[in-house]
Design a protein around this ligand. Structure first.
Ligand SMILES: O=C(O)c1ccc[n+]([C@@H]2O[C@H](COP(=O)([O-])O)[C@@H](O)[C@H]2O)c1
Ligand SMILES: Cc1cc2nc[nH]c2cc1C
Length: 348
């Protein structure tokens, strides 16, 4: 019997959630007029058990790994870019660094499986293996490797929790990983691969057709069982996807709201929810990626993205971009006057 590495997920605090809903209805605005911002605060209150949720300290985890399937020519960029971007994250020159600085969030770069030999200082070097196997030919990784990557994610979140982090963005870097993310989407949605596959970093027609062929071949060969999310992760996933599964479950267990990003982090979120359904209540969808499978996965999770800016970068960039909206939603709840303050009766 395999040991269960995953923690229990606490239930959402519906009592505090109700108090927050009542409070929002007393504020000087027409009922429900702050739209999704109200829903955000109510959900945050339920997650944190705080009527005015504290999401002031924020962190962004960027899980990094390489993919054997990149050898099939399914990306517009060479595999070395994963390592080069890891170095860029540490130097502070990537998009995620800029967005993190805008919102004073810490960026936590974790290497769970890149091909990089000299992992720079500042990266959490948790390399499990140097890239996955090419899943067109064989399963991407062993069960023990996927579990180790997930355990790494749990550990990272544990450290962030000790630091007082109250809001977590989960993202990734890994050349070839839209092929993995799309394959995962195909397993769980049972939709045709042709309808789910996008152009990732920007591939041309020939590579695009080959990408579809690669995914179809892998699914035919490995027959991943959608009832067994760990098996799906091992057969067509990736080490950074497994790492994100651990982060997401770890954050939910610690009552930390988790903001997911594009296609790949959403595929990780779906695996986490398939493993432990209670995780779903802790998730926020930040943005809608241009990848076609993304909206389908979000629908599968019952999540509505906050931003639609046609982004397709990854790195948790969409999640970081949504952080100021979380601050705004909480500030409105905390600082707005009530009808009583104006000497007027409230609506309830
Ligand atoms: O987040 C997304 O939806 C997304 C869409 C397209 C590309 N990406 C990023 O680009 C890389 C994967 O693209 P590809 O074409 O190599 O499969 C990987 O590093 C991702 O972070 C990310
Ligand atoms: C340059 C570059 C940066 C990225 N960031 C996330 N995925 C990426 C893919 C490429 C190619």
């Amino acid at each position: 019997m395999e040991k269960n590495i995953f923690p229990e997920i606490p239930a959402i605090d519906t009592k505090v959630q109700e108090e927050t809903r009542k409070h929002l209805n007393q504020l000087t605005k027409p009922l429900g007029s702050l739209g999704q911002l109200e829903e955000m605060v109510i959900r945050l209150a339920g997650i944190t058990s705080q009527k005015i949720p504290d999401v002031s300290k924020k962190a962004i985890v960027v899980m990094c790994a390489d993919h054997g399937v990149a050898g099939e020519g399914v990306s517009a960029y060479p595999q070395e870019v994963t390592g080069l971007m890891i170095q860029n994250f540490i130097r502070g020159g990537a998009a995620i660094n800029v967005l993190a600085r805008q919102t004073a969030a810490e960026v936590c770069v974790v290497d769970v499986g890149s091909l990089l030999i000299d992992v720079p200082e500042g990266v959490m070097n948790r390399k499990i293996r140097a890239g996955t196997a090419n899943f067109m030919n064989m399963p991407a990784m062993e069960k023990a490797e996927a579990l180790k990557a997930a355990e790494t994610g749990l550990g990272v979140v544990d450290t962030l929790k000790q630091e007082g982090v109250r809001l977590l963005a989960v993202g990734e870097m890994g050349i070839g990983n839209t092929t993995a993310g799309t394959a995962i989407a195909a397993v769980f949605t049972k939709m045709p691969v042709t309808e789910l596959t996008g152009r990732g970093t920007g591939i041309q027609e020939e590579s695009y057709r080959h990408k579809i062929h690669v995914i179809e071949t892998a699914l035919h060969k490995h027959q991943p069982d959608p009832g067994n999310p760990l098996e799906v992760l091992c057969k067509v996933g990736g080490l950074e996807i497994a790492g994100m599964v651990g982060c997401i479950i770890g954050a939910a267990a610690a009552q930390i709201p988790v903001v997911i990003d594009g296609l790949i982090s959403t595929a990780a979120a779906l695996i986490a929810v398939k493993m432990i359904p209670g995780v779903r209540s802790y998730l926020f969808a930040s943005h809608l990626s241009a990848e076609p499978a993304h909206s389908i996965l979000l629908e599968e999770l019952g999540l509505r993205p906050i931003i639609d800016a046609e982004m397709r970068l990854g790195e948790a960039s969409g999640a970081a971009l949504s952080f100021p909206l979380f601050d705004a939603a909480v500030a409105l709840s905390r600082e707005m006057a009530t009808f009583a303050d104006l000497g007027l009766p409230g609506p309830e």
